[in-house]
Design a protein around this ligand. Structure first.
Ligand SMILES: [Cu+2]
Length: 491
């Protein structure tokens, strides 16, 4: 089925980075006032840069699994050196790793995490992105500030049923004002709730690959890494089925990418399964978004995963395209006819939350206005910046609401809300017919034609989410500079 696709030659990604051998780099973090205390500069330690073809084989991140229903571990945040391909920089790391362990739990399990903040200069905490867990006490509570030298014991109960589903999630810091330097420095990791292969049994026989996307700035351009590797090689056999879990666990970058036009079959978005795999050839991901996909090994050859250039900030040139991975298909072909039809014919087992959301009546409609001060320094929702002592929206437990987010700024922002997923129903006024829920979604920029907009339906129906939590843009430098609000769900 891929016979029309030519074999692609390897591309020299690193030549895109320029021909200078040893260059002092300034991380993106250092460009904003909120993060001016970021640790040392990024330095190139290899030369020359333009002689590398592609990197090493993609390495699976380390994993920690729950045992007898409990995942007990320690996560320590501290400054540490990062070697990312040819780049060397002082990062902010969990347990000394740029790619810390993926935490793997099952429905009904408990996360017991001792969090040590050994950063010298900033408070921090842990957020469990996308999880329908309690926002209170020692659970997924972003109002906890663990100061330098302090320790906090998290206890997060993963519901056994109700709204929490098996899927791909992630963890990262959420101390307001200092999230960007911490995630840019490396503080983020994957979190898996196992069991999606019960919903799509076809996945059981497939090797699973994590593709954890991060980024760092080099010479005013973003360098995208996967699992902490520059342009890694992903091996597959012709006709082989693999299960890829693509998660953007970086800080601020909106990125579009494709794999030489090859199809991906999406089975879940942000940890929420589709009713049936859906074919796509391109992804547009803002920070925080995840796609679980099936990949079919193409005919033998070398294929390039590269970013697609697009206009984000109206006042800046688009980021140039760059190669982010190389897929090499080789070895004996897996013989199967009509693989694509077989994949697309899969149907999910069991009920889906989205069907309840679609069928709910709307209890209340709200409009949120995303804007920015004229000097571009502060980012606002409804004309004000985040205040941890103010509740911006009060919602009754059991209600399903429709929120419209209007973006008057000339760049992409995103909408993310904690503790619950949502259904995207309109983008820029155009009706969307989505087959799965999201917890993070991009909002197009304003243009000469008017503001961008996103309409979502949010179910505040799971009793576990009662309490105070936040919604915000997940380009976290914007969140740090004010683009966040507080919602309280009252039971
Ligand atoms: Cu934003």
């Amino acid at each position: 089925m891929y016979s029309d696709l030519p074999n692609r030659r390897r591309r020299n990604f690193l030549s895109l980075l320029g021909r200078t051998a040893a260059v002092a780099l300034v991380p993106a973090a250092a460009q904003s006032s909120a993060v001016e205390d970021a640790p040392g500069n990024v330095l190139c330690s290899a030369s020359p840069l333009d002689q590398t073809s592609h990197g090493d084989a993609l390495v699976d991140p380390p994993q920690i699994r729950s045992k007898r229903g409990t995942l007990e571990t320690t996560i320590t945040a501290a400054i540490g050196q990062v070697q990312l391909g040819p780049f060397s920089f002082a990062g902010r790391l969990y347990n000394g790793e740029y790619i810390p362990p993926v935490l793997r739990v099952g429905l009904g399990d408990t996360l017991k995490i001792r969090f040590n903040n050994r950063l010298p200069d900033q408070p921090s905490n842990l957020h469990f992105h996308g999880m329908s867990v309690s926002p209170r006490g020692h659970s997924d509570n972003v109002f906890i500030h663990v100061h330098p030298g302090e320790t906090f014991d998290y206890l997060v109960k993963v519901p056994a049923h109700d709204r929490q589903s098996p899927g791909m999630f992630w963890y990262h810091p959420h101390a307001h004002g200092v999230v960007a330097p911490q995630i840019l420095g490396g503080m983020s990791g994957g979190l898996v709730v196992d069991g999606i292969d019960e919903r799509f049994p076809i996945l059981k026989a497939m090797p699973e690959r994590m593709l954890l996307i991060k980024h760092v700035e080099h010479e005013k351009h973003e360098v995208v890494s996967i699992n902490g590797q520059i342009n890694p090689v992903i091996s597959i056999r012709p006709g082989e089925l693999q299960f890829w879990r693509i998660a953007h666990i970086g800080a601020t970058l909106f990125v579009k990418f494709a794999l030489d036009g090859l199809p991906f079959y999406v089975v879940a978005t942000d940890g929420h399964a589709l009713s049936s795999p859906r074919r796509t050839t391109e992804f547009f991901m803002g920070p925080g978004q995840r796609y679980d996909v099936i990949v079919v090994g193409p005919p033998a050859g070398e294929y390039t995963m590269r970013t697609v250039s697009f206009q984000n900030e109206a006042w800046l040139a688009p980021e140039p395209a760059q190669q982010i991975a190389t897929v090499i298909s080789s070895g004996p072909a897996v013989q199967a006819s009509s693989i694509e039809e077989h994949v697309l014919a899969q149907k999910i087992n069991g009920p889906r939350w989205i069907d309840d959301v679609r069928g709910a009546s709307i209890a209340r409609r709200r409009t949120l206005d995303y804007s920015r001060t004229p000097d571009r320094k502060m980012f606002m929702i409804d004309g004000r910046t985040m205040d941890e002592n103010r509740v911006d929206q009060t919602v009754r437990l059991g209600d399903t609401e429709e929120w419209t987010i209007v973006n008057t700024d000339q760049q992409f922002h995103s909408f993310h809300i904690h503790q619950t997923a949502f259904l995207v129903t309109e983008v820029n006024g155009v009706a969307q017919h989505r087959d799965s829920l999201h917890d993070t979604y991009s909002i197009p920029p304003a243009t000469d034609l008017g503001p961008g907009s996103l309409k979502v339906v949010i179910p505040f129906t799971d009793p576990v989410i009662v309490g105070r939590f936040v919604y915000h843009c997940h380009s976290v430098n914007h969140e740090d500079k004010g683009m966040m609000g507080i919602v309280e769900v009252v039971g």
